[in-house]
Design a protein around this ligand. Structure first.
Ligand code: ASP
Ligand code: MG
Length: 412
């Protein structure tokens, strides 16, 4: 079987860890697999390189910045190939343009268009482990590009798809995907499996285990992805296509996004074109709007509320303030202290009453709901940030996600 193993920055954070990764690659090889290792830069390296580009230029050109930041992965692939050789194995490193991973020309956030992979296949054919630089590619003109922060995940999944790999393992510093952030909810449980759709929803609301693009890629090309720790033998969590059994679980996880801010426009004229005049300038200012709620009209006026990323609040408020003035809106209120809690599960498609249950649970804790939005497999409530952790824990318990308490005492 062909196995793609991706190792993140902490897994290759120092030479001892790189040696450990080399042993893991060799163990898979010894089991008879063809092994492709996709590697990130050593922990902290990409940040250090980015800082250098900002230190030398206030507004660094994206093409040149990519040339600099991609070197992190060049170092780690070379070191891993050497570590494998030092342990008696055979390995060849490949940079993005050598693979070759062709992307568009959107520097710093390039998208993969195609992967050739002949050189990887040739190396595997000779019994070597192929060590591939994550995060980088080349555009049609031969310019070096990078895929955005966390992009090595996407490299790994795309390489697995292109080579028809039997498995794609993402080694990271957590041992899998959890029902909630264990730092917020001590009763959180590691999931054995999770559907692509659920992972996308959890990722987009703040569970940052995998780069979102990599999950989209995996879903599109049906690549099963296993998230696991490079520091243990735990099988981790399989991110895969939805299975019938998954629907019996109504809620698979609770996500929390603290990076939210709310803007409310009071008494907006209820005439065609108003929403466009508010949201167009926001889009032009590159403000991403998340939830939008518009009330029923009261005497030709209505309230309009939406959320944006907290870092964008001041900019968004300024843009909206200008538009609101021109439209005769009565007032603009902002609130930077809100959080979004979401319950996610493919089982919601076939079970009713999930929203009602969520609202009851929040009410029982005395938590006021400021905004609600739903999708087929997710219900989100915006609440005051000071209740965020309480809400996650209460929902986690109410939807039966709490881990069974380990035996209080007794030997193993
Ligand atoms: N080294 C890159 C980053 O830190 C890519 C990755 O780690 O996935 O974003
Ligand atoms: Mg990562």
């Amino acid at each position: 079987m062909l196995v793609v193993q991706k190792y993140g920055g902490t897994s290759v954070g120092d030479l001892d860890r790189i040696r450990r990764v080399a042993r893991r690659c060799l163990a898979a090889r010894a089991e008879g697999h063809d092994v492709v290792a996709v590697v990130s830069a050593m922990a902290g390296e990409t940040n250090r390189l980015l800082a250098l580009t900002h230190a030398i230029h206030a507004d660094p050109d994206a093409r040149e910045q990519d040339v600099v930041v991609a070197t992190g992965e060049q170092v780690s692939v070379g070191l891993l190939a050497l570590a494998i050789q030092a342990a008696g194995g055979s390995a060849v490193s490949f940079l993005g343009h050598q693979v070759k991973i062709v992307t568009d020309s959107a520097f710093a956030r390039a998208r993969i268009q195609s992967i050739e992979g002949e050189r990887i296949r040739a190396a595997l054919g000779q019994g070597a482990i192929a060590v591939v630089a994550g995060f980088q590619g080349t555009d049609e003109h031969g310019n070096l590009t990078t895929l955005g922060r966390g992009g090595s995940d996407t490299t790994a999944v795309a390489v697995a798809a292109a080579l028809g790999a039997g498995a794609c393992e993402i080694y990271t510093d957590v041992d899998g995907v959890y029902t909630a952030d264990p730092n917020v909810c001590p009763a959180a449980r590691k999931l054995d499996r999770i559907a692509y759709e659920e992972m996308l929803e959890l990722a987009s609301v703040g569970a940052k285990v995998l780069q979102i693009r990599s999950v989209e890629f995996a879903m599109k090309y049906r690549v099963p992805v296993r998230v696991r720790s490079s520091f243990s033998d735990d099988p981790g969590t399989l991110v895969c296509a939805e299975e019938d059994s998954m629907e019996s679980v109504v809620v698979s996880g609770i996500a929390l996004d603290r990076n939210e801010a709310k803007i409310a426009l009071r008494s907006v004229p209820d005439v065609p074109g108003v929403a466009g005049r508010i949201f167009t300038p926001l889009a032009e200012a590159n403000v991403v709007v998340d939830m939008i709620v518009q009330n029923v009209s009261r005497g030709r006026r209505q309230d309009l509320t939406f959320t944006v990323a907290r870092a964008d609040l001041a900019r968004a408020a300024a843009v909206v303030g200008a538009a609101a003035g021109a439209l005769g809106v009565r007032g603009v209120d902002t609130d930077g202290k809100v959080a979004k809690v979401s319950v996610v599960g493919v089982g919601m498609r076939n079970h009713s009453g999930v929203a009602a249950r969520m609202f009851q649970v929040l009410a029982a804790e005395g938590i006021n709901i400021l905004l609600i939005s739903t999708s087929e497999i997710k219900i989100s409530c915006v609440i005051h940030e000071k209740y965020a952790e309480l809400a996650v824990r209460a929902l986690h318990t109410a939807f039966g996600l709490d881990r069974a308490e380990p035996a209080a005492r007794g030997g193993a």
